[in-house]
Ligand binder design. Sequence first.
Ligand SMILES: [Zn+2]
Ligand SMILES: [Zn+2]
Ligand SMILES: [Zn+2]
Ligand SMILES: [Zn+2]
Length: 222
Amino acid sequence: MSLVPPSVSNHTLAHTTIRHAHGTRPSNSRSGSAPARQRIGPKLFCLLIGHHISRSDSGQDSESVPTYYCSCGVRVLRQDDTETRVRHNVTCFVGGHHYVRMGERDGHHEFVCRACGHPLLFEAGASVYARLETFRKKVRYQCNLFGHRAHLVAERGAYTEYACRCGHSFMKRGKVEGKIKHPLICLFAGHFVGFVAARAGYAEYLCRNCGHTFCFAAWPEM
Ligand SMILES: [Zn+2]
Ligand SMILES: [Zn+2]
Ligand SMILES: [Zn+2]
Ligand SMILES: [Zn+2]
């Protein structure tokens, strides 16, 4: 399904250097979907495919409670029982996530993508990544296609947390046997995330459909 009819796609040229030479100032092109967003309006666009969370969309009301806004203007990722529908970060999916070290816990080294909040958990000594402070890494497509062979990491309240050797982690209600697969609804509709915990300087959110978690910091440079 394309949201961009041919007549609108010409606007895409406005983001090329050719048009810039004629003085056309590009609008926000961060997600690569600006033409469709301009045509139908940013709020409706987000309603259809989910919000886009990035560092530049976050603000901070106080030191302890970060607040986040989508570029459409809607406040997202509240630390209460409301949900945020988050669309996939295409840049991260195609180019890889940019991970920074988040800390150590439960015998694992934990990392988080600065762009989209995607976490990774590596068993200490079981991965070359566990020793690094920052790195780029793509999703392991084999796991995405056939499922993650995940081991138990920790019991966390009502949830059991698992991690694959590729680093991908999940929080599930109850025990899970066998591989953990990504449900199709998350692939097509994005993730529906709610707040679960504040820890290590991050707010952690959980998708109710797939058990995927996301961690967002109160970035001090914002
Ligand atoms: Zn939005
Ligand atoms: Zn990412
Ligand atoms: Zn995996
Ligand atoms: Zn999901």
